[in-house]
Design a protein around this ligand. Structure first.
Ligand SMILES: [Zn+2]
Length: 297
């Protein structure tokens, strides 16, 4: 059963058990906004049931990023009448390109979605986009009738397509903020992510931060997560700098970096930083070639 938590007048967190997901609901006078739709029709029906126990308004949807648990329930909301699905442009592109692959992640809880077999198992790609490419901050406003929600991107972080949704003094952060588990670095941009967290924590208007997973948190938690991430990145950088010295030794195992995360998350962070380093070096080498330049953004 979905759990409903009214955070402010007409602003709700809708929490479901699988993946400890938090969806959101914001009520205007003409429309309501649903934030994140679950990993398939089963979870989406739970979320929709909670939403429909609270409002009969037509629904608009926003997907905070292109990870399966945040968008694979879209078809259930489309069947309910939702026409506008908001996301970052790069989120829509990622769903288009990699959405089907992500079915392989949901077999245990959403077997129909995994098999692409059954009602509401098609992928619904977001059709309304924030401006920009995802690398730089961007913002738009969705009017719900006597209330608006602000959709904004803080640049690359947990993914290259994260969107936060702010209304009143509440902000739904997607997986930029994670409560109860280490951050998921899999396709993240850790340096940009730490910066995004610092920017998020500096937005004075917000007092309640609803993470993609876990309990709502306060500003101090967001700051702490930013500082922990900075510390981790600095330790990796320091190790790399030491290894670059004559006779320098590079840590061999993840634990030797003494990162403030569990070994699994630490390993993924290290792999991710290394991969980005290689990609950046390749981009720089490419840019040094004569001929058409890759676009800076
Ligand atoms: Zn995610």
């Amino acid at each position: 059963m979905a759990r409903i938590n009214e955070l402010r007048d007409g602003v709700f967190a809708v929490s479901t058990d699988n993946w400890r997901l938090n969806s959101g609901l914001v009520l205007g006078t003409r429309r309501a906004l649903v934030i994140d739709t679950g990993a398939g029709p089963r979870q989406a029906r739970e979320i929709l049931g909670a939403v429909r126990s609270l409002t009969d308004l037509p629904l608009t949807v926003v997907n905070t990023h292109a990870h399966y648990d945040h968008f694979m329930g879209n078809a259930v909301f489309q069947r309910d009448g939702a026409e506008e699905f908001w996301a970052h442009r790069a989120c829509a592109e990622a769903i288009q390109e990699h959405g089907d692959y992500q079915r392989s992640y949901v077999g245990t809880h959403e077997p129909e979605m995994a098999a692409a077999d059954g009602p509401d198992t098609r992928l619904v790609v977001p059709n309304r986009h924030l401006p920009g490419t995802g690398r730089r901050p961007a913002l738009t406003r969705v009017d719900l009738g006597e209330r608006g929600a602000v959709l904004f991107s803080l640049g690359r972080g947990h993914t290259d397509n994260d969107v936060c949704v702010g209304v009143d003094d509440v902000v739904f952060t997607g997986d930029i903020v994670e409560q109860g588990a280490d951050p998921s670095f899999d396709d993240s941009y850790p340096r940009g992510w730490a910066t995004a967290l610092e920017h998020l924590a500096a937005l004075d208007r917000y007092r309640v931060f609803v993470p993609g997973h876990g309990h709502p948190v306060e500003r101090g938690f967001v700051l702490q997560q930013a500082q922990t991430m900075r510390t981790a990145i600095e330790r990796v950088d320091a190790s790399e700098a030491a290894a670059a010295q004559p006779e320098g030794l590079r840590p061999v195992t993840a634990s030797m970096f003494r990162l403030p995360y569990n070994p699994g998350a630490a390993r993924i962070l290290l792999d991710r930083l290394e991969r980005i380093r290689v990609e950046d070096a390749a981009t720089a080498a490419l840019a040094a070639l004569p001929g058409p330049q890759p676009r800076a953004d």
